[in-house]
Design a protein around this ligand. Sequence first.
Ligand code: GTP
Length: 596
Amino acid sequence: TDPAVIRNFCIIAHIDHGKSTLADRMLQRTGIVSERQMRAQYLDRLDIERERGITIKSQAVRMPWTVDGRAYALNMIDTPGHVDFSYEVSRSLAACEGALLLVDSSQGIEAQTLANLYMAMENDLAIIPVLNKIDLPAAQPERCADELAGLLGIDPSECLLTSAKTGEGVEELLDRIVAEVPAPAGDPNAPARAMIFDSVYDTYRGVVTYVRVVDGKLEPRRDIEMMSTKARHELQEIGVISPEPTPSQGLGVGEVGYLITGVKDVRASRVGDTVTRADAPAEEEVAGYEDPQPMVFSGIYPIDGADFPDLREALDKLRLNDAAITYEPETSVALGFGFRCGFLGLLHLEITKERLDREFGLSIIATAPSVVYEVRREDGEIVSVTNPSEFPDGKIAEIREPVVAATVLTPSDYVGAVMELCQSRRGRMNGMDYLSPERVEMRYTLPLAEIVFDFFDHLKSRTRGYASLDYHESGDQAADLVKVDILLNGDQIDAFSAIVHKDAAYAYGVRMCKRLKELIPRQQFEIPVQAAIGSRVIARQTIKALRKDMLAKCYGGDITRKRKLLEKQKEGKKRMKAIGSVEVPQEAFVAALTSD
Ligand code: GTP
């Protein structure tokens, strides 16, 4: 295809502003999906995405569109919507020349829209502002147009009004894409270079890699090379998605499509890497490739210890289509055998837990999420801690924790509530701007550890659901942190150790001691539950001793009842965990970790 008739674009939108619905309408209007084939949200393929209404994996689809008798090829690249996947978003944007800035006209701009818009501007993309859901009675297109105009430095009349529900404005939108998004530029005679912006594991075909060709041409049955690893593969198939995969004779400058090499693991075909031809390799990668870095760690354990091999197998399978997840075996006194897993962020963790449950039928328990701390000991040694129970003993010179640059967008009525929340989470304000008299953008530096717990829930409840949040990593800072251990009869329960700010240590200790006291059954002797920093106890509860022998109740009673009771006790014992001299049913730990 002649690059002059190619238009590559993506859609930037906040969750629920109508990206998938608009994409569906465009597929219909361009005629590549018929009314009959149309199922809601054609592009969202994972079930969990559909149910949660979020887009995790980006896809690309090619649509024909004719303007003034000239046939164009529009490549729509779907970007993931959530902060955890910001590197993938940046690669999707880098594969485009234009972006639709899609805003729900009954809501206005949100924090994620803003973050992605800034990223698109840095990539010099042409921006087409689109106000969606104009069919809604609550729509306020004029107000939103003013907001967008202020942000983009344009006239409010340049905003296009659409309803992805009724289809209004969609044809005009397709015309504007052709008119305003620049055609791709690249050298057809240079060595082939294509950037990977997505890679998805398919049970039947192996890994399907989505690429955007920058220079030269990729052709089937030639060997290709992955520039970051120098790994070589045979190009078994190459083509475009329209809307199903259609093999072609190759992809040239500016084209977007997929390739299949037969590799079985997405790690062999990573987002951000450059593909070149093995017989005539390019010299330079398209852009510096970054390895995904896990930011949040959690111990994942099967509730039934017998499921451990199944858990390992499930993680091995998940890894085939998730290049970002990491895991290694770990043992816990309280929870048995499990894995220490690393995730890009909290949503990534949630999604993984849910997939283990739904796709693999595993019941699992996860320990509280932890970030990566750099601990410098007095002897100068630096230890990287992802698991609180591995926190080094002895004198510590400094602890550094990761911080994020966070943006909160909120109606102006809630500015005070947001400030209060951010301050209570050790936030430092970096600035505040009014987008309009009613809407404010607030910028903070916050410790990542404070965000991974329940920051988002609190933000939502304090602003009646109106505020939105976006953040990206922004280095680290020294902080006054301590490790709090929870002890049962003097012995540490490993899964409950936590690294918290000095000022929050007492509250954490009291909360966990109370919770465990309620959940751990009484025993023959009195058991102290304590929270301690090093050897200093900061909180204590006592589990009182049982007054009567359980069997005493059955004295003189019928023997089968007695036997039943004994059997039941034996069964319970199977899942008992010994913490020092105390036997505790695993359920108690599971409940203590999940209740909040
Ligand atoms: P994510 O995939 O989670 O990012 O969401 P999305 O931006 O793709 O939103 P989606 O297309 O799933 O739309 C969210 C909701 O808004 C759905 O219930 C849609 O039916 C509805 N919706 C989308 N566009 C319109 C519109 O123009 N008018 C009305 N009334 N509803 C719309």
